[in-house]
Design a protein around this ligand. Structure first.
Ligand SMILES: [Fe+2]
Ligand SMILES: [Fe+2]
Length: 585
């Protein structure tokens, strides 16, 4: 199933939502004025019972639902525990988690390898899902002043933790300071192991286990985290299954996410990101769009995480296909969402993200401690999946010229549930695409390969061009590893969105569809595709090199043969490439 379309199961969930609640046609839909995530100091035990009062009702937060008398002893047991880097990965890590009900005195107990111990109290962030009315409680404990390159042990608990005697415990490593070798991994499009949910598959558990198998310092999760927006009646439950599946790895090493089209949810914030932003505490970007994009540096590599929803033409986010409307639970006060409505957020930052990107890239180029720049985003500038979405001209217009100008080495994406590696690309050809309906020439800004073979030493020098990797093989139930072929010359062919594909009436009365990409081009930039399976994980090892010599990144892609038919824990090496360039010092 192409990404972003609505399956029969989704429609079933929608029907159940409508049948399960009273429709309130008279209520007026009022878009949220802002979607700043509410952050508060967590409630202490004394405050909690003080607020409980004589009525047995407790106000959780302004605008949030109330708990009934049964919640007088709510379950604050930590779950969905996960780590992210703080502002400085060598010395700061954020421990985040959720609990079924409000936690009392939520906290992290930290023990460093030197024996130093401390307790850090967590901040609470809550939201009430705008479709089913469920309130979600999350907790975040930023840990600062940590020793670089060091193992730290921690436990997470609360006064109302049912496991208080043996609270959840794990350990992590801080990043090294200065140039040092390290490993990271990446994939996107993970979903959950609970097959009740649309696009979920048992493969997503094996994918998380694969991260642990490779023991990276951290993992990049490049968007489409759990597809909650395809399960609109149960978004918080989908996120919960996702968080508990990831905990196996994400409690032991930071998982750094980026936003995809399936993080966009109706009635959850101005861009639909409230579920994501509440759960993830991410580095600052200095704008009013905190959490949508950010950067961090480990060793000599600058990592930049972008939200391509802001620049793509493709309309692939939350969508009501119809013919029935999507009817939120009555408790939300939100009006039914009409068939044909899609949550299209292209341009939401008004250019702020691109300005931030240019500033961040310029600073990196002025910093001789940065040898490598790696970008993570969800959607694709260079993808030739035929069953998937393909490429998007919006990214080519907005960001590829910046990647070129400032020497971005690697771009890691997902969105198409497969593997594809480009040659290093630089510049573009004009008017080499073709409109799929009229056959007329279209300017797809076709990327030009800077090399179509490896150098004599067997490596790629990415100072001559950027390599794009599609790593969308996390664990969804929809592999998209069928690739385009130009029937005229048998060379790889890519679909390209060059304009918005907003909903149009479909063949079923009252129902709407979104058309696939409007253009095709020869994928002269495509170097490797994996038609054997849509599942895999990329492993990256940095060799910082010596002053005046070369530094290298070894990229190994492991795929899961057979996973398209039967989920499997078996990941095998598909290919290894080496990127090499001169150090800047
Ligand atoms: Fe996806
Ligand atoms: Fe996607």
């Amino acid at each position: 199933m192409p990404d972003g379309t609505v399956s029969p199961a989704t429609n079933r969930a929608r029907r159940e939502m409508k049948n399960g609640v009273e429709s309130n046609d008279s209520s007026r839909y009022v878009p949220p004025e802002h979607d700043d995530v509410e952050t508060q100091p967590a409630v202490s035990r004394r405050d909690f019972f003080k607020r409980l009062g004589a009525s047995g009702l407790v106000a959780i937060a302004p605008g949030a639902a109330t708990l009934n008398a049964e919640a007088a002893s709510p379950d604050g047991t930590p779950e969905q525990v996960h780590l992210t880097w703080g502002e400085e990965p060598a010395s700061s890590v954020v421990v985040s988690w959720a609990s079924v009900a409000q936690a009392t005195n939520p906290r992290v107990h930290l023990r460093s390898s030197s024996g130093h111990q401390r307790t850090v109290h967590a901040l609470q962030r809550t939201y009430t899902d705008g479709l089913n009315g469920e309130t979600v409680f999350t907790y975040h404990a930023p840990l600062h002043g940590l020793k670089p390159g060091t193992q730290h042990e921690y436990s997470v608990t609360a006064d109302n933790d049912s496991n208080a005697a043996t609270p959840f415990s794990a350990s992590f490593h801080t990043a090294p300071r200065g140039r040092a070798p390290f490993r990271w991994t990446s994939f996107g499009d993970l979903a959950t192991p609970n097959t009740v949910w649309v696009l979920s598959s048992p493969q997503s558990r094996f994918a998380v286990e694969a991260v642990e198998q490779f023991q990276p310092l951290f993992h990049l999760l490049n968007g489409d985290l759990c597809y909650a927006n395809l399960n609109p009646a149960a978004q918080p439950a989908v996120w919960r299954d996702f968080g508990n599946n990831n905990q196996t790895s994400a409690a032991f090493r930071p998982w750094m996410p980026c936003l995809g089209n399936h993080e966009v949810e109706f009635n959850n914030g101005t861009q639909g990101f409230t579920s994501y932003l509440t759960r993830y505490w991410l580095p600052e970007n200095g704008s009013r769009f905190r959490g949508r994009w950010y950067s961090f540096r480990v060793s000599s590599v600058l990592f930049i995480s972008l939200d391509a929803d802001d620049v793509i033409y493709q309309d692939g986010a939350a969508f009501v296909a119809g013919p029935s409307p999507l009817v939120p639970a009555a408790s939300t006060g939100n009006a039914p969402i009409a068939p044909g409505t899609s949550f299209y957020i292209r341009g939401y930052s008004g250019g702020e993200q691109t300005q931030w990107l240019e500033r961040t890239l310029r600073e990196a180029r002025d910093n001789d401690d940065v040898d490598w720049i790696v970008v993570q985003m969800h959607q694709d500038a260079l993808s030739s999946s035929k069953t998937g979405n393909g490429s998007d001209k919006g990214i080519r217009e907005a960001w590829l010229p910046l990647f070129e100008r400032y020497g971005v080495d690697l771009v890691l994406c997902g969105h198409d549930h497969d593997y594809e590696r480009s040659w290093p690309v630089k510049g573009c050809n004009h008017n080499s695409g073709r409109d799929v309906s009229t056959g007329a020439a279209v300017d797809t800004l076709q990327p030009k390969p800077a090399a179509t073979s490896v150098a004599r030493d067997g490596s790629f020098d990415t100072s001559h061009g950027t390599i794009h990797l599609i790593l969308g093989g996390g664990g969804t139930s929809a592999p998209l590893d069928v690739y385009g072929i130009d029937s005229d010359n048998q060379s790889p062919q890519a679909k390209v969105f060059t304009k918005p594909n907003r909903p149009v009436p479909g063949t079923t009365a009252g129902a709407f569809v979104r058309q696939p990409a409007d253009a095709v081009e020869d994928a002269i930039w495509s170097a490797r595709r994996d038609p054997s399976t849509g599942y895999g994980i990329a492993v990256f090892d940095l060799d910082p090199g010596q002053p005046g010599k070369k530094t290298r990144i070894t990229v190994s892609y492991y795929h899961a043969p057979g996973a398209d038919q039967i989920p499997t824990a078996n990941y095998e090496l598909l290919e290894t490439i080496v990127l090499a360039k001169h150090r800047r010092d």
